[in-house]
Each structure stands twice: as structure tokens, then as C-alpha cells.
Design a protein around this ligand. Structure first.
Ligand SMILES: NC(=O)c1ccc[n+]([C@@H]2O[C@H](COP(=O)([O-])OP(=O)(O)OC[C@H]3O[C@@H](n4cnc5c(N)ncnc54)[C@H](O)[C@@H]3O)[C@@H](O)[C@H]2O)c1
Length: 380
């Protein structure tokens, strides 16, 4: 049994989610072609990262990612750092021969994304794998949606619509953090939430956009950090995009972090000439499907619970049908896919998002930033 050592950058929200995924992938997908060992976790504050190593079960810790990626016992570098520490460590790790996972949004800007994608292409020639953590690609209900669309059951696609809404920053007293700072985040909900939706559109429809019209805006223009220092806000609180797709479809995206009353609401609706699909993250095991093939007297949205072991991706590894999965499982599935690709040489695409997918997504984000600044359609 091959054993691969994991080096994790970041011990926050995603550091915890990915660590959990590595641990569970080892026994849920038993027998795995490869096992992992949690070797080191990296953060800037020694006391905190030492505690994170103890809590999560890493053998050691680093306060400099450069030391971590040089270590010979680390084979996988998992970058769950803030967006401003995606590019440099990922490229250095790929060049050092480590397989790399990076969180979304892929990069701070298009230049970074191009350099990262090029580094991944070079590494791939030597069998080094890389993936962008667009984890919703591993939600069984959304994989079912992709299958239904690929089978032509929706006919010609007319609409893709995404609303990704939360209220975490609707309180003006919510403290300033890195996500609100353009230098560290690149953009606001455009990169944070709409990146997921853009990737999902590309994943489900297998179609690319021709042009983008966007409006990104900020409602609360200053916030205080935990030390009481005031920061002007230069990232968007809300982001609305229209995309013209190459297949003639209209895609619309709305994202907000000041959508009062929503904890996290993500709804995707797709309409075609023969049918429609609705996905709602708060009921993430279900997919609603409408088909005109049903007799008229029975027509209506049906709800499919995507937990049938014989029929739905990943369901057989978990519990008996109807024993629902949650958000953490998408990350576990993603890690399983990544490890299997490393062990067998299988391609990350089309199920996982490659660095090329990360670049495509960043191209759309960059076009949306330009469109919003200039108030006009931008070709992608
Ligand atoms: N896929 C998803 O569903 C999802 C959800 C939330 C966040 N994210 C993404 O994950 C990434 C991290 O977000 P988060 O919510 O976990 O943030 P977080 O603030 O909870 O954690 C960020 C971590 O990065 C570390 N870090 C920052 N700079 C560093 C440096 N120079 N050296 C070492 N460590 C450094 C911090 O110490 C911290 O542990 C972001 O890119 C974010 O967009 C993805």
C-alpha cells in the first residue's frame, strides 16, 4: 500500500474541512489504492499552529511554507490559505514535485492564474497531479444533474441561473477580515461565491461563455478590525453577472454577503426546451427534475433523493439509501478522487477542476471586474 504524506497550509475553516476529508477518505473508501499520513501543517503563528497540529493529528508544524514543501516525506501540498497565498506556494510545490490541491478562488488575478496553470501543465508531464477545490462538483445530486443534461433530457439549454446568498456581513459591525481586502482576496463575493457558480455552470453545461456583463457593488464601505482599526472596503458585497454562452444560453448569477435572513442559500435553476432542473444547497441530497416526456397530467417537478447506492455517484460508499450526506462529504469525495488519480494516473478532469479550469474561471471573474468598472459587455 502506497502511503503519501500530506502538508497542509492553513488551519482555518478549509484546513479543518480538508484534514477531515483526508482522515475519512482513508477508511470510507476502503480499500483505497493509496493511504495518506498527516505530516505537517503550516501557519504563521507558532502557538496556534502547534495547537492545530495537535488537534488535527499532524506529526509536526511549520511557520514557513517553504520549509514544508521541501520536506521529502511530504508528497501532497494542500493549500487552504487565504487567496493571496495561493500562487507562490502552489507553483513552488509543483516545481518541487508535490501533488497540489488549492482552494478557490484559484488566484488573485488573471496573471497569477496563467502562471499557476502553466506550472501545473509542466508538472503534469512528470505525473504530478493538481486540483482546484471546487468541491460542489462532488455533490451526488449535482453529478446527477450533469448526467441528465449530458443525456439531453433538458433539450436545448435556455437558462442557467444561480443565486448564492448569505448574510454573514449584513451587520455593519461584522469585523474586517482578509476576505474584505482586495490585496488578500482579489474580489468579494464575485471571487468567493460566484466562482463556485461559474465553475458549476461550466461543469454542468459543458459550455463556455462568449461575453460577460457585470455589476459588483459595495454597500458597507468601511469596517473595523478586532483591534478597532478602521478599513475602507474595496471588495464587492454583491455581484450580479450576465453571461452569453457559446451554446446560445443565457446564464445569470447573483451573489451577496449582505442578503439578510439567509445563512447560506445557493439555488441553481436550469431550463431547457424539454425539461428543467433545480438544486438547493440547503436540501443538497435532492435534485428537482422536470421533463416534458411525462404525460401532461403528471407533469411537474419531481424530487430525486440522490442517495441510491446502485444509481448515484458516491452513494454506495456511505449509508443505506436515504441516510443523507452533508456539505463535508463533497470535500471527502474530492480528496478520494484526487488520491485515486495520483495512484492510478487517471485524469483529474472532467470530474475534478484542473488548474486549467481554475484559469477559465478566473478569466470570467477578471472580465466581470472589467465589465463592472467600465459598464459594458466584455468578451471572454
Ligand atoms: N471550497 C469551499 O467551499 C470554500 C469555503 C470557504 C473558503 N474557501 C477558500 O479556502 C481558502 C481559505 O479560506 P478559509 O475560510 O479557510 O480562511 P481562514 O481565514 O479560516 O483560514 C486561512 C488560513 O490561511 C493561513 N495563512 C494565511 N497566510 C498564510 C501564510 N503566509 N503562511 C501560512 N498560513 C497562512 C491562516 O493562518 C489561516 O489558517 C480561501 O481561498 C477561501 O476562498 C473555500
Amino acid at each position: 500500500m502506497q502511503k503519501l504524506g500530506v502538508g497542509m497550509l492553513g488551519y482555518g475553516f478549509m484546513g479543518k474541512a480538508h484534514t477531515n476529508a483526508f482522515k475519512k477518505a482513508n477508511y470510507i473508501f476502503y480499500p483505497m489504492p493509496v493511504e495518506t499520513e498527516l505530516i505537517s501543517i503550516c501557519g504563521r503563528n507558532e502557538d496556534k499552529v502547534r495547537e492545530a497540529a495537535r488537534r488535527y493529528g499532524y506529526q509536526r508544524w511549520n511557520t514557513d511554507w517553504r520549509e514544508m514543501i521541501c520536506a521529502p516525506d511530504i508528497n501532497i501540498f494542500d493549500n487552504t490559505g487565504s487567496n493571496n497565498v495561493h500562487e507562490e506556494p502552489c507553483i513552488a510545490a509543483l516545481q518541487a514535485g508535490k501533488h497540489v490541491i488549492v482552494e478557490k478562488p484559484f488566484a488573485l488575478n488573471l496573471e497569477e492564474a496563467k502562471r499557476m496553470s502553466n506550472a501545473a501543465k509542466e508538472a503534469d508531464k512528470k505525473g504530478i497531479k493538481s486540483i482546484v477545490a471546487f468541491n460542489y462538483r462532488f455533490a451526488p445530486a449535482l453529478r446527477l444533474a450533469r448526467r441528465i443534461i449530458a443525456e439531453g433530457r433538458l433539450g436545448r439549454i435556455y437558462h442557467f441561473r444561480s443565486q448564492y446568498l448569505l448574510d454573514r456581513f449584513s451587520d455593519p459591525q461584522a469585523p474586517f477580515i482578509w476576505r474584505l481586502d482586495k490585496k488578500q482576496a482579489g474580489s468579494g463575493v464575485l471571487g468567493d461565491l460566484n466562482s463556485h457558480a461559474i465553475d458549476m455552470m461550466r461543469f454542468l453545461l459543458q459550455a463556455e461563455p462568449l461575453s460577460v456583463m457585470a455589476w459588483n457593488t459595495t454597500f458597507i464601505d468601511k469596517r473595523y478590525d478586532s483591534d478597532g482599526i478602521v478599513h475602507p472596503i474595496d471588495t464587492d458585497d454583491a455581484s450580479a453577472l450576465w453571461l452569453k454562452l457559446e451554446n446560445g444560453a443565457m446564464a445569470t448569477f447573483e451573489a451577496s454577503k449582505v442578503a439578510t435572513g439567509y445563512k447560506t442559500m445557493w439555488r441553481i435553476e436550469i431550463h431547457g426546451s424539454k425539461g428543467g432542473i433545480v438544486f438547493d444547497l440547503s436540501k443538497g441530497n435532492d435534485l428537482q427534475f422536470f421533463t416534458k416526456d411525462d404525460p401532461l397530467y403528471l407533469q411537474g417537478m419531481r424530487t430525486i433523493n440522490a442517495t441510491e447506492p446502485e444509481a448515484h455517484d458516491y452513494a454506495k460508499y456511505w449509508w443505506p439509501r436515504g441516510h443523507n450526506l452533508g456539505w463535508e462529504h463533497y470535500h471527502i469525495h474530492m480528496i478520494e478522487h484526487f488520491l485515486r488519480c495520483i495512484a492510478t494516473g487517471e485524469d483529474i478532469a472532467p470530474w475534478g477542476a484542473t488548474f486549467e479550469d481554475g484559469l477559465r474561471c478566473q478569466e470570467i471573474i477578471s472580465a466581470a471586474l472589467q465589465s463592472s468598472d467600465e459598464g459594458r459587455w466584455i468578451n471572454v
